[in-house]
Design a protein around this ligand. Structure first.
Ligand code: NDP
Length: 444
């Protein structure tokens, strides 16, 4: 049995009931065979066994009081997965579905994503099964303060720097940062995604969505094409989705559909992003409202139907496993040419296989959405240097990082005999740097 297969089998046996973690590990390990063939020393050093085992998992209780005075308890997590190339870095997710399996899949992906950015950041992820949706601002604040009252002792600007993810945006980062500063008495870059008035970076809000579109644009450009006139589907209606739509529209695409967890909107004339922003960012409302406000637009309950709409480019930007085999087949049948993953692991392994066989240009999450964390690292650099760069400066750096990632995964795929397979290319390019650092550090 091959080394990668053995490690995967052991991982599944040792970590039962963690399907998302198994899925992410399978996707990664299945592509690393050619690297292991060239580096037999990795097996002697049990490098893969160490790579798939988090350095540390912190699990804690988060008690808080709701507006009616009732005491509630949630679970808090921080998975400090790998610090070989830099301090742990990765978002916090607040969503009822959060569990250890999801934290570990996100943490594992984050290691390779952060490596791909070329910046010195290790991989981590955290969060809670708390649902901010439907909670008052004061409830969210009390929850965030309680969460940070435990988390503060495990993080630091040179050890672990969390950021946002699903359910954690500017409001939550503000409350978390306020509590950290109050406990530690330090105004430092311990969280990214901060507001501009207290150490944040321009472009951070837009970075993941913009980065996704910059990478897709690069893939189009390399094939003599562009976004102009393309029909695009974007799932999700949160931070990543909104700014992916914004940039795609600026580049001349027509985005016709988006969704939140209730269902999708379909607007043949092209989504009006000002209306979406008003509903989702200002009012914290539901996407169904769009159909009531824009003539000719439709709302359909349920999410899956979005993938039945014909498109040239699909950008899944909501959550894991949004595109399964059946949805992938439908997209292919309708002529999709490019799929760029804005969300983490939005396509199932079977879905990826459908795209591969059909020759769809598939840009995997760890490369396609790395613009977000890359800009977080730029925020860290500005914090430590006591600097503040202009929008144009950060945007240029973001574009250049994203293009470099595209080139790195394209070149790695080519070099390892799987040209055009960006799943393999991204995994290999990201892994090589981490493996090299881990080997240099000895058995730790
Ligand atoms: P947000 O919380 O801002 O938005 C998430 C959106 O996805 C919401 O519209 C939400 O709908 C929808 N959604 C979430 N879960 C589900 C579900 N189970 N079914 C259907 N819709 C769902 O999160 P982000 O935009 O920040 O994150 C989106 C994805 O991008 C995640 O996979 C995240 O890990 C990834 N990502 C985010 C980065 C960032 O910088 N923010 C960086 C890199 C990756 P509803 O409001 O109804 O729940």
């Amino acid at each position: 049995m091959q080394y990668t297969e053995r490690v995967l089998e052991e991982l599944i046996a040792k970590n039962p009931n963690e399907p998302e973690f198994h899925q992410a590990a399978t996707e990664i390990l299945n592509t690393l065979g050619p690297v292991i063939d060239r580096h037999p020393e990795y097996e002697r050093a049990a490098l893969l066994e160490r790579f798939v085992e988090p350095e540390r998992v912190i699990l804690f209780r988060v008690p808080w009081t709701d507006d009616s005075g009732r005491v509630r308890v949630n679970k808090g997590y921080r998975v400090q997965f790998n610090s070989a190339i830099g301090p742990y870095k990765g978002g916090l997710r607040f969503h009822p579905s959060v569990n250890l399996s999801i934290m570990k899949f996100l943490g594992l992906e984050q290691i390779l994503k952060n490596s791909l950015t070329g910046l010195p950041i290790g991989g981590g992820k955290g969060g809670s099964d708390f649902a901010p949706k439907g909670k008052s601002d004061m409830e969210v604040m009390r929850f965030c303060q309680s969460f940070m009252t435990e988390l503060y002792r495990h993080i630091g600007q040179d050890t672990d720097v969390p950021a946002g993810d699903i359910g954690v945006g500017g409001r939550e980062i503000g409350y978390l940062f306020g509590q950290y500063k109050r406990i530690c008495g330090e105004h430092v870059g311990v969280l990214t995604g901060r507001g501009l008035s207290y150490g944040g970076s321009l472009v951070r809000t837009e970075a993941t969505g913009y980065g996704l579109v910059y990478m897709t644009e690069e893939a189009l450009r390399c094939r003599g094409d562009s976004f102009r006139g393309k029909t695009v589907l974007v799932s999700g209606a949160g931070n990543v989705a909104i700014y992916a739509v914004e940039k795609a529209q600026q580049l001349g695409a027509k985005v016709v559909a988006m969704y939140d967890s209730d269902g999708f909107i379909y607007d043949r004339e092209g989504i009006r992003l000002d209306v979406v922003k008003q509903i989702k960012e200002t009012e914290r409302g539901r996407i169904r409202e769009y159909a009531a406000r824009v003539k000719g637009a439709e709302f359909h309950a349920g999410c899956k139907g979005i993938w039945n709409i014909p498109c040239d480019i699909a950008l899944p930007c909501a959550t894991q496993n949004e595109i399964d085999e059946a949805s992938a087949k439908q997209l292919v049948a309708n002529g999709v040419k490019y799929v760029g993953e804005g969300a983490n692991m939005p396509t199932t392994l079977e879905g990826i296989e459908v795209f591969r066989k059909a020759g769809v240009v598939f840009l995997p999450a760890k490369a396609a959405n790395a613009g977000g964390v890359a800009t977080s690292a730029l925020e860290m650099a500005q914090s430590s240097g006591r600097m503040f760069w202009s929008f144009e400066e950060v945007d240029e750096k973001l574009k250049s990082i994203v293009r470099n990632i595209y080139r790195a995964m394209d070149a790695a795929a080519e070099e390892y005999g799987v040209a055009g397979d960006y799943v393999a290319g991204a995994n290999i390019a990201g892994f090589l740097k981490v493996a090299d650092a881990m080997m240099a550090h000895g058995v730790v």
